[in-house]
Write a protein that binds this ligand. Structure first.
Ligand code: ADP
Ligand code: MG
Length: 635
């Protein structure tokens, strides 16, 4: 249990930071967490779980572990997690410097393949993934007295998993230990209700006004726009460094090179000779990362090209101008390919605000959003947690390996046959779930056909000439089923299989269907049927004229995370996440727009499109997946 004794107030002398200049020490003292120091320490010591919310740059990451070490926890090990390795390394380096010790001594870090910590290390910065792996070996993390989960608002899969683990640990571990969650946004206060008895503490930041500018028109290329804007800021605006948000290493390196060649000749508004470009992204070697924090050479203006790592994870001093491209590279699951892919997607409003905030830490600043105000209004309010975005197979397996069956949104993983089925069927767990549900209602063979069809690329060939396109449209129309694309796909495969072997090539040509895709689909179908039989599941099918409702229900069981309801304006909203989607024009449902659908995948172009879908009835959701939908439908 938490101790009831607040820590003794301790006088800290400047000798604590021999490696910092006096002016720098003074700057530390001015950080918002210094004012809140006593309250923060008391909050942590008198609560087993304490959530600290404070603006980026207020000093949470670098100061709080130090406060703890310098008060009651001098002899204890304090661990602080970061979602990214760059942040773990940079923060450890900074804190070691502030405390005047060498990295790997009193202060150290450990990330995958790089451990700069020793048994003497008392303040250890690590990635959340690394702590998760430590937790496999030592589920109670006995060696740590204080466990700080930083950047909790990021909601990475690893952070979420770690929190589930800590909650369990809280029940089991009986000694005096403390869990601290730190976050840049208030909605991470949600975590407080996740942990029984947790308290939330606010660190009041000092934020200067930031003037936000939008573009008048949507920009064709955010890279061109970013480069132009950076050069304009340099030419027109008074002193102050620039931070530009891009999406990845290639872009960042390219723009750094361009600025190096073009900015060379642009005189700055305050007489600076040139721009001094610096890059920061996750894969950057540690030595080069340090550059981002160094002041630019005399007579130059620093411009930092960064990924979203500079949003909250790293605080860079000296910034006055932010260039926000409005996009981020994000891991999301591509169901067709069956893999997690990194895709460039729009940021959320919360992220846009975080980015703007970076300009106003030290003085009033300006943010240049390279998108229109109308585009901003259309952004999602907050970023979808990774757990709802990525391949559930990997998430579930990881959590299962850690022995966590119940991390909040993970409740639905429980159905016992699922892991067994997953292990034996070489398909996405969502499809495995569909097969299983269908087997329970006499239509496993049909479900296998649907899964097989979903596993191949476009079956219909659209044709090059107008005449071919017409023929293709008519063919699609022949197979069209009002329940949606899955049931339509089933009709196609059934018709194909009903055609004699020797006639199938001709049949495909007549119906503008790819023969090769159908052959592949046929092989997958046979394989799935074989596996279902081997598992002693009844391989049955619905009659040709039978209502396909059992199949629609089975699809609901597997695709429920992608259930969406029609809005008054004809677009759809994903029930679990609130995400807005439109029906892809290729869907057979694009004209009829049923009240509720489940769909296979999302495609991002200028809009979010749902592709391959089936109409369902709303009451099925609570009936078939009560653990998930009782809470979402009620909202
Ligand atoms: P938070 O975690 O609340 O976002 P930090 O502890 O990361 O805040 O940063 C607090 C302050 O310390 C920043 O505003 C910045 O001025 C300074 N700082 C942090 N890291 C460095 C660094 N590597 N070099 C110089 N200053 C730094
Ligand atoms: Mg921080």
């Amino acid at each position: 249990m938490a101790s009831q004794h607040p820590p003794k107030r301790r006088k800290l002398s400047n000798e604590a930071f021999p490696k910092l200049r006096d002016a720098e020490v003074q700057k530390l003292r001015e950080l918002p967490v210094w004012e809140a120091r006593q309250a923060v320490l008391e909050g942590i010591c008198s609560n087993q779980v304490y959530v600290i919310v404070g603006e980026t740059g207020s000093g949470k990451t670098t100061q709080i572990p130090k406060f703890l070490h310098q008060s009651r926890f001098k002899k204890d090990k304090i661990i602080c997690t970061q979602p990214r390795r760059v942040a773990a390394i940079a923060n450890a380096t900074r804190v070691a410097k502030e405390m005047g010790c060498k990295l790997g001594g009193l202060v150290g870090y450990a990330v995958r393949f790089d451990d700069a910590s020793t048994p003497e290390t008392k303040i250890r910065y690590v990635t959340d993934g690394l702590l998760l792996r430590e937790a496999v070996a030592d589920p109670l993390l006995q060696q740590y007295k204080v466990i700080i989960v930083d950047e909790a608002h990021e909601r990475t899969l690893d952070t979420d998993a770690l929190l589930g683990l800590l909650k369990r640990m809280q029940r089991v571990r009986k000694d005096d230990f403390h869990i601290v969650l730190m976050s840049a946004t208030l909605d991470a206060g949600k975590y407080a209700s996740f942990f029984p008895g947790a308290k939330v503490g606010l660190v009041q930041g000092r934020q200067h006004t930031v003037q936000v500018m939008y573009t008048k028109q949507a920009q064709e290329s955010y890279l061109d726009a970013a480069l132009t804007t950076v050069l304009q800021i340099h030419a027109r605006e008074p002193v102050g460094d620039i931070l530009a948000f891009l999406t990845g290493q290639e872009e960042i390196d390219a723009l750094c090179n361009l600025v190096r060649s073009r900015g060379l000749h642009t005189k700055g508004a305050d007489g600076q000779e040139k721009l001094h470009p610096v890059a920061i992204y996750a894969a950057l070697p540690a030595e080069q990362q340090a550059q981002v924090f160094e002041t630019a050479p005399l007579g130059t203006r620093k411009v930092i090209f960064a990924t979203n790592i500079a949003e909250t994870a790293l605080t860079i001093p000296g910034l006055r101008y932010v260039v926000d491209t409005g996009v981020v590279k994000q891991r999301s699951y591509q169901s067709r390919a069956g893999v997690d892919l990194l895709a460039v997607v729009p940021i959320s409003k919360a992220q846009a605000r975080q980015r703007s905030g970076r300009a106003g830490r030290e003085a009033p600043g300006k943010t240049f959003r390279l998108y229109t105000e109308a585009e901003f209004e259309k952004l999602e309010a907050t970023t979808t947690p990774e757990i709802l975005r990525v391949n559930l197979a990997s998430a579930v397996l990881q959590l299962k390996a850690l022995g966590i069956p119940d991390v909040r949104a993970f409740d639905f993983v429980d159905p016992p046959p699922l892991p067994a089925l997953m292990a034996r069927l070489p398909v996405d767990p969502r499809y495995a779930k569909i097969l299983l549900a269908a087997a329970g209602s006499g239509c496993a063979e049909d479900a296998a056909a649907i899964v097989a069809m979903a596993s191949v690329e476009q079956v219909f060939i659209s044709g090059r000439t107008e005449q071919q396109r017409q023929a293709s449209m008519q063919a699609r129309q022949r197979f069209r089923r009002p329940q949606g694309d899955h049931i339509t796909a089933l009709a196609v495969l059934r018709a194909f299989l009903a055609t004699g072997k020797g006639k199938r090539g001709e049949w495909c040509a007549q119906n503008c269907i790819s023969g090769r895709a159908m052959q592949r689909c046929h092989r997958i179908f046979d394989q799935l049927c074989g596996l279902l039989q081997a598992m002693k599941l009844p391989l049955e099918r619905l009659g040709d004229n039978q209502d396909p409702e059992p199949l629609q229900r089975a699809l609901t069981c597997g695709l429920f995370l992608h259930a969406a309801r029609r809005q008054p304006d004809g677009t759809y909203k994903v029930i679990g996440t609130g995400q807005e989607v439109s029906i892809h024009p290729s869907s057979v449902l694009s004209g009829s727009k049923p009240d509720c659908i489940v769909f296979n995948e999302l495609v991002f172009t200028r809009r979010n499109y749902a592709r391959t879908m089936c109409s369902i009835q709303i009451p099925w959701l609570t009936e078939l997946v009560p653990s998930y939908f009782t809470k979402h439908i009620a909202r």
